[in-house]
Every structure is written in structure tokens, then in C-alpha cells.
Ligand binder design. Sequence first.
Ligand SMILES: Cc1cc2nc3c(=O)[nH]c(=O)nc-3n(C[C@H](O)[C@H](O)[C@H](O)COP(=O)(O)O)c2cc1C
Length: 260
Amino acid sequence: MNQTLETILKRKSVRDYRDAPVPPDIRAQVLEATLRAPTAGNLMLYSIIEVTDRNIKNTLAKTCDDQPFIARAPWLLLFLADYQRWADYFELCGAGEFARRQGLPRRSPAEGDLMLACCDALIAAQTAVLAAESLGLGSCYIGDVMENYEEHRALFDLPRYTFPIALLCIGYPTEAQVKRGPTDRFAQEFIVFENRYRRLDALEFGRMFQVEHSRAFKNQPEVNGAASVGELIYRRKFAAGFALELNRSVRAILKNWTED
Ligand SMILES: Cc1cc2nc3c(=O)[nH]c(=O)nc-3n(C[C@H](O)[C@H](O)[C@H](O)COP(=O)(O)O)c2cc1C
């Protein structure tokens, strides 16, 4: 197996870091690799905020669904989907007037632009993850940075056409973390289809969740009233407070991109 595949296959989220800073030359290498990520139209529709301020780190550990390890991460990168830079440049260039002269539509960034910008930001983030991994670092995404938009907007001075899509915690893994193996995944047959989408039937779901079911239920019929992995996940993830806040917060951000 080649080294690239080895890096990808052994990666796992790391939430426990050695008390060691990430040296500047290593950070520079990760960032250089990150900016080589594919980007829609080569527009680089994202920005990265390095969070170095102790108070901001402490705040994020609370506002991102109370995850204290965020404050302990030696290196924190916030990935923003960002059309603001282009919107500012268009304005600087007088693109609105140009559009009028040319009979082009006059418009502001909208939903489709946001989706592209999110793609860009996440592809860049994942490039950072793999670059960091290849240099012996561990990392963990924090999707909860999409919550509490109003607080994060104030914290980072976020302008209208940005979207805080992911926070990355990066640091050297502790010994215990290095020894830990990668986490399980669903089998390919449930995830990869040929030519068209295929909805799974009850038997397939049974096979898909077989391992998870026996791990969670250990031959018991119920866990706190839940009788299936579906019920467990519904309670733990889908109907959890953080998921409700996530949806409220994202709705608030979307207003920026959808209302005139
Ligand atoms: C979009 C996204 C958001 C995530 N948010 C969090 C988070 O807020 N907190 C956390 O501890 N892990 C978070 N994770 C990490 C996942 O829990 C982790 O990737 C998953 O459990 C699979 O484990 P692995 O990365 O070790 O393979 C996130 C991952 C992704 C891709």
C-alpha cells in the first residue's frame, strides 16, 4: 500500500492532544497544502481564521455544544464559506454598473453560490486534515461551529456573505490516541450504488446495523426505552438539543444569502 492510502486509511478523529504546540514550519506546510485543494472556478470561495486567542478558544469550547477539548487544541482553524471577498471586489470594480451596461443580471450571492462556497471550504478543510495527518498530527472537525451564529458572527466579525462551516482542532495525538485504531464504517454495499439511487429495505438495514446493534444492545431488548439503533440515534443525534440549535442557527445564516 502506498503512503497516501496508508495516511487516509489510518486517520481517525483525535480529541486528545499532547501539550505541544504545532511548530510554525509545520503549520506553514499544512496551510500550503490546504490552499492547493480543488476550488470551484479557481475562485477560492473560502477563508480560514486561525484562532489563537485564549478567550476565543474558551468561548468556542462552550458555544460549540460544550466540548472542552476545543479549548485544549493547540491549533484551531475556522473554515468559512466566503463569497464576501468576491462581492467586495465586484463592488470595487463597479461590476453592478458594468452588468447594467452589458445587460447582465444584477445579483448578490445566493443559495447556489453558498453551496459552492461550502464545497470549497470543506474540500480545503479535508485537505488540511490529510496534510496534518501525514505530518503526524491528529485532527477533529467541529460541525457545531454552525450553531450560535449570532455569537460567532460577533466573535469573528463575520460579514454577510460568509458561513462558518467547520472548525478544525489540530494537535499531536497522545500515546493512547496513536494506539487507537480507526473507527468502523458501514459496508460499501449500503453506500455505493451503480447508476441510480437505491433505497434500502428492512433486511438490508438489519445487516447494515448488525454490528452496531449488538454493540449497543448486548442482547438486551431495550436501552432506556429505545429498541433499535434508529431510535438511539434519533434521540442522541437527530432530536438532540444541539441539532435543534444547529437548524435554528443555519436558518438565521441562510437569511443573509436568500433575502434581498
Ligand atoms: C461535518 C463534521 C462535523 C463533526 N463535528 C464533530 C463535533 O462537533 N465534535 C466531535 O467530537 N467530532 C465531530 N466530528 C467527528 C466525527 O464524530 C467523526 O468523524 C466520526 O465519528 C467518525 O470517526 P473518525 O473521524 O474517527 O473516523 C465531525 C465530523 C464531521 C465530518
